[in-house]
Structures are given as structure tokens and as C-alpha cells.
Ligand binder design. Sequence first.
Ligand code: ATP
Length: 360
Amino acid sequence: MAPPLIEARFRVDWPGFSLDVDLRLPGRGFTVLSGPSGSGKTTLLRCVAGLERAPQGRLVVDGEVWQDGAQGLPVHRRPIGYVFQEASLFDHLSVLGNLRYGLKRLGSGADPARLEQAVALLGIGHLLERRPERLSGGERQRVGIARALALGPRLLLMDEPLSALDLARRQEILPYLERLREELDIPVLYVTHAPDEVARLADHLVALEAGRVLAHGPLQELLVRLDLPLRLGEQAGAVLDATIGEVDTRWHLARADFDGGSLWARDPGLPLGQRVRVRVLARDVSLAAQPGASSIQNQLPGVVEAVGADDHPALALVQVRVGAALLLARLTRRSADQLGVVPGQRLWVQVKSVALLETR
Ligand SMILES: Nc1ncnc2c1ncn2[C@@H]1O[C@H](COP(=O)(O)OP(=O)(O)OP(=O)(O)O)[C@@H](O)[C@H]1O
């Protein structure tokens, strides 16, 4: 059987802006839509939801045609969950009342087990009797997400769901979103500007600019492309898929093995064999002609693939291959010049620090 898939083709023409996309996206996992403000991310979500008219559009979700030209399911018949920046909850109802409210509309089609699953996934069991005004911003969002999931959607749309929260609240809610990424069997289209959300949540990335798709593909491939203005700035870097291969209890370090080498990082307390994402920021990677006697524990042989401009004229981004993996290194252009960095060159890649992110 072919893997599930989303086919989304939309064209919208407004004075001053047009959206023109033709995408085939994975039917599972998180697809993150990224792009500068005004590039059409929300418009694309609204087209998928049927809230925006795109008369020549086509939308197929997991083999089911939701829209074909002017024919299509009306908004209320699309099995979609839509999560916005702020959850609009009814203040006169308890959390449970809010969760049940949408289910009533489904009538006999509602499945109470889904509500229970949603409550468990978002960890809100202890909040069910509370009134929304007594929830923190992060808790409100978790309730909003649970409410969307309780309806048993076939597709979840999330438009900057963390952007109204402060840093501490975002850190608190991210693990729940990671859990959704691991456990949901429906696809999620997720809009964000935040590099840490991209690194932690995205399986697939769509880069939009001025209503057009610049590129889309697996996160690991897109993050290291030098030709895409993903505008990650200080957060530019690679994400590698790895497995915990060894734990050094004496020094509290864990070794993450990826297809091409190993990197030591602070031990996050995960078991051997655990799959992880390794986030390696370009600013933490340097290049050397020889393996050095330095304090840097992670030194890997690599080959320069490409050299590109960075945000500041003093800096260069170097894409370097280590085994099957691609990393980015941020150097000053002066040191790149002194090293004579050119594609094909063999160098030592020194990685000062990496973050291990749990995954399954
Ligand atoms: N109903 C509309 N009529 C005309 N233009 C619109 C309409 N809705 C949005 N636009 C314009 O379409 C463009 C894309 O808007 P959209 O909200 O999709 O961008 P975005 O990528 O989600 O931006 P942001 O990151 O700021 O949320 C913007 O220039 C916006 O002003």
C-alpha cells in the first residue's frame, strides 16, 4: 500500500499577494511551514481548512478527495483540528465542558475514547474541573490542542501555537508537542518562526516565500542547504538522527551514534539504544586542517561540500559532510580564507557542543 499522503494544490490571487503552491506532503508526522512574515503560511492553512476560496484548488488527504476545483467538502465537514495562537475557550464552562462542547456537535459520531486519549496526551487530567480563567497560558493551549484532538480529526493544523507564550511556558509545552509528534497517527501542518520548534518538531519542512514554495523536504536535508534563506540566524545548524550508543556515567556524558560518526554530549538520562535527534548549531562547529590537542571532545573527519554566505559579511557558512551526514560550520571569512576552504577539501570537524533531543 502506498504511504499516506497529502496533495495540496492551491492558487489564490489578491491585490498585492498571490499564493501558488502544488505540494505532496507526507501523510504522517509534523510538516512545518516556514517563511518570512506575509509569505502565505496562514493563507495556505486556511485553504486546507476550506476557509479561503481557491476555486482551482485540489486537496487529497490520505486518498480522500476533500477538494477538486470548485467541488469540495464545506469547512464544517472537513475532519480538521485547527489550533491558533491563543485558544478561545468558553469561560463559563469547565475545561471538561469545553472539551465536550465540540463533541456535542458531532452527535453520535463522537468517540469518547478520543477525548480520554487527548486528555492523556496533553497531560490535562488534573485540570478538567477548572475554569479557563484559572489556567496558565500554557495550560490553556494544551486544553485548546486537546479540544481539537478530541474531535478525532484526520489532519491537525497548528498556526504558531506557542507564539503567544513566554519562553518558560514554551519550554513547558514543547515536550507535549514532541509527544504528539511521536504518537499521533495523523499528519500535522504546523506554522512557526521559532528555530527550536523547527529543530524539535519538524519531520518535513516547507520553505515559503512570497506565496511560492522555495523548497520542501525532510528537515535534515533542508536545514543544511546553503541556498535557502531559512533565516535561522544564530540558530542555523544541522539536525542528525542518532542512537545512544554509550553512557559514560563518570563524566555524565552520552555518546550519540549517527550514520557517519559519534558525538558526545551531556547525558540526558536516556537508555542505551534510545533514538535521539542531535542538534548541532553551526556556531558550535569549527574546522581544522589537523586533529588538534584541544578541549573539544568531538573531532570528526569531514569533507567540505560547499561554502556559502552568512547573515553578516564577516561570516561564512560551510557545509561539510561527515559520513552520510551533513553539518554546517560558521567561520569568519578570514579563517575560511586562511584554511583555504574549498569544496572537496578534507578537514577535521570540531564540534564544541551538541544537544540531544529525545525521539522515537
Ligand atoms: N483576505 C485577504 N485579502 C487580501 N490579502 C490578504 C488577505 N489575507 C491575507 N492577505 C495578505 O496575504 C499575504 C500573506 O498573508 P499570510 O497571513 O498568509 O502570511 P503569513 O506567512 O502567515 O504571515 P505571518 O508570519 O506574519 O503570520 C499578506 O501580505 C497578507 O497581507
